[in-house]
Design a protein around this ligand. Structure first.
Ligand code: ADP
Ligand code: MG
Length: 700
């Protein structure tokens, strides 16, 4: 963000929202790029901070470090070349003098600050052996009356000077339609009452000097509360609208068959469902039985047992004569699902097909044929599932695993595999990254959410230790001990973003070191650049227990399931995100054996870890609870990154902060359905005001 200093070069005229066909000036183009097209967008572009230009401070009263506005007469104006070229202007305000320094300046500067001129300048006072100085203060020549309100400083970018933006916002604010959209008599979430939108905007752009700066800065002022309420309401309204539109579409009614495939699968499983799995399975069955497309997000920590829940949903669809698709983000994960589902379903006489990008042409043709003829009732695969050639006979249910790893377009494409007009398949989206409640209520308000909040029995919690890289030898001893007990071990190497090659060297080196240190043990290597067949061969060896140690880059992040693995070492753990560490750790502790996770950290210069890095690793030691980890991760990274693909292109909350504004979110959630039911016109105006054309993304 840049802020332009005010000086006296002529500025282009402020915009009056030009028609698209007219040529745009450079700053107008920047405005458009920033999404500040409409008057209302400008009016909603709120200041970052304020400058107090309502007062003039005498130099005698100014202290070093203060940012003040002064006014006086220029007594000297000269260009000096020592130590480098600069303009030095001395200002005398009658109480003292101050030297203003400009390292970049135009001839116009010298002209407007000629000796004898009166100048009003604003900047930070510094001491020095020449007396008081100001570096690059902003200044004006004419005195004029002092403003009555604080001066707003707006977020801007290069090419959009602050003065220009200020005038544009002022124009926008004057022209924007800010008439009330809240129904009369609406309950206020704030005991101080709900401010009017117009008054709130007017105030936030031009607050009076006596306002509490703290209330403005921490956004607790009633004017801020009103804006946050508006924003949250727009979000809830648009998602609820999307949900209601979807509810008007049709989907096949899929009812559970008594003594059907679900019953048979349950009887054949080597375990009984947990209470949470039973509850969630019933929630899904209820959705499937309706003639309205399901849109459900299944959240469950790593290892909670989402796959069997998905399989049971598939049984319902297949029993009713429809096909089911299961899409996973990586080939490894898809092949794991495929293996598991074939094992469960083929004994029940169900044909499972398999589609990935790396498939041989002949095999692929056969699979495509089985899918289009309907012979294959279940199709498992990667993104290959949504390619054009893939035609289902009749797709009734689409399951997306690790849904956050897919983009909006991909989810829409899978939905589009339903052949009939006006019909949609039921959708079940699954994620192992639990979404904290407020975030789910806010960004996923259009989805129904099921939570698997119980792990299958017999798992011992993973014990996590943070260990310095200098103690690697001890870690290797620990590995030997596990291997001696017939257990298996994962060793994960970090992703070095700048260089995949470096990444690889690191993993290869570790692989070689461990092979040397553990004679007689099969140590495997797995990384993302390996051909798929080779990856599969390595995974097969590890799955079957022949391979004792698997060194890998983060390709194992999702879905790998080897219950005999009881130790995971994560190298340079400080480089991983919290959720990622948690997912990785979820690969161990899947069997009954006590399991451990060692977080190795390295510090390049032997120094100490940064405070945030330590905090993150500490969080991993403190808790195994995915929701708690997600909450801390959200705190550290903020919702933008946390939400990932779902939000690509969709507006994130600008004003409300879900960690402090939960009560405002509740307010908006309660009001949204009532508004859609009873004040549809107001609701539509509200959405248009806040989201313009940006609400489409929320439909995926
Ligand atoms: P995730 O939710 O991470 O996808 P999975 O579906 O891969 O978890 O399940 C993890 C492991 O737990 C698998 O080996 C699965 O067969 C097993 N599992 C699932 N449900 C149960 C259960 N109710 N009791 C025992 N084991 C279960
Ligand atoms: Mg899974």
């Amino acid at each position: 963000m840049l802020e332009s200093k005010r000086h006296n070069r002529p500025m282009p005229k402020p915009p009056s929202v030009p028609a698209a066909s007219k040529a745009l000036s450079a700053p107008q183009k920047v405005l458009r790029k920033m999404g500040l097209d409409r008057d209302i967008d400008l009016a909603l572009h709120l200041p970052l901070r304020y400058e107090d230009e309502t007062r003039i401070v005498k130099l005698r009263d100014a202290r070093e470090g203060d940012t003040v506005q002064i006014e006086g007469t220029v007594t000297a104006c000269e260009v000096s070349f020592k130590p480098r070229r600069q303009l030095l202007v001395t200002l005398d305000d009658g109480s003292d003098t101050c030297v203003m320094r400009f390292f970049s300046f135009y001839p116009s500067h010298q002209k407007s600050m000629a000796v004898g001129n009166r100048i009003r300048a604003r900047g930070e006072v510094r001491g020095g052996f020449m007396g008081m100085t100001m570096m690059h203060p902003s200044f004006k020549t004419t005195g004029g009356a002092l403003p009555e309100a604080l001066t707003p400083v707006y977020p801007t970018v290069a090419g959009l000077p602050q003065t220009y933006l200020r005038r544009a916002v002022l124009t926008g604010l004057a022209h924007a339609d800010v008439t009330e959209t809240l129904p009369a008599g609406v309950h206020s979430p704030d005991p101080r009452g709900l401010w009017d939108l117009r008054a709130s905007l007017q105030f936030l752009h031009h607050p009076t000097p006596e306002v509490s700066m703290a209330e403005l800065e921490d956004r607790t002022h009633p004017a801020w509360i009103r804006l946050k309420c508006e924003e949250l309401l727009a979000q809830q309204l648009s998602q609820l609208t999307a949900k209601r539109e979807r509810d008007r579409l049709r989907a096949p009614r899929l009812s559970v068959h008594p003594a059907g495939l679900s019953e048979r699968l349950l009887a054949a499983l080597p375990f009984a469902l947990t209470g949470a799995q039973q509850r969630v399975t019933a929630e899904i069955a209820q959705d499937l039985a309706r003639a309205v497309p399901m849109h459900r997000l299944l959240q469950g920590d790593v290892g909670a047992g989402k796959t069997v829940v998905a399989a049971l949903a598939a049984m319902v669809a297949i029993d009713a004569g429809w096909q089911c698709a299961l899409m996973a983000p990586t080939e490894i994960l898809a092949s794991q699902h495929f293996g598991k589902l074939v094992g469960w379903l083929e004994p029940l006489g169900i044909q499972v097909a398999w589609l990935t990008g790396s498939q041989k042409k002949k095999e692929r043709q056969a699979m495509l044929q089985a899918v289009s003829s309907g012979e294959a009732a279940l199709v498992v695969g990667t993104h290959a599932l949504i390619q054009e050639q893939v035609q289902f006979k009749q797709l009734g249910l689409a399951v997306i695993d690790e849904q956050h790893r897919f983009g909006v377009a991909q989810r829409l494409a899978l939905r589009g595999k339903m052949q009939e007009e006006g019909m949609e398949p039921h959708m079940l989206m699954m994620t192992a990254t639990p979404i904290p409640r407020t975030l789910a209520m806010s960004y996923y308000a259009d989805l129904d959410v099921s939570v698997l909040d119980e792990l299958p029995p017999g798992r011992t919690p993973v014990v996590t230790k943070v260990v310095s890289d200098s103690r690697r030898d001890e870690v290797v001893e620990r590995i030997s001990a596990q291997l001696a007990q017939g257990r298996q071990v994962y060793w994960v190497c970090p992703l070095i973003e700048e260089s995949e090659a470096l990444d690889l060297t690191n993993a290869t080196q570790t692989h070689a070191d461990l092979s040397d240190a553990l004679p007689g043990v099969m140590v495997g290597l797995l990384h993302s650049r390996m051909p798929v067949a080779e990856k599969k061969a390595v995974m097969d060896l590890f799955n079957s227990g022949v391979m004792g140690v698997l060194v890998s880059t983060t390709v194992i992040e999702v879905g790998v399931d080897v219950p005999n693995a009881s130790l995971m070492v994560i190298e340079h753990a400080e480089r991983f995100g919290l959720s990622q560490l948690h997912q990785l750790r979820g690969r161990v502790g899947r069997g009954a054996a006590a399991s451990a996770c060692v977080l190795l950290y390295g510090t390049p210069d032997g120094g100490r870890l940064s405070e945030t890095a330590r905090e993150r690793l500490r969080a991993m030691v403190d808790t195994n609870d995915g929701f708690e980890i997600a909450r801390r991760d959200l705190e550290i990274r903020g919702p933008g990154e946390f939400l990932g693909a779902r939000q690509s292109g969709a507006p994130l909350l600008r004003f409300a902060d879900l960690s402090t504004d939960g009560h405002l979110l509740e307010w908006a959630r309660a009001l949204a359905p009532e508004m859609l039911d009873r004040h549809a016109l107001l609701a539509r105006r509200h959405i248009a005001r806040w989201l313009g054309g940006k609400s489409e993304y929320l439909k995926a």
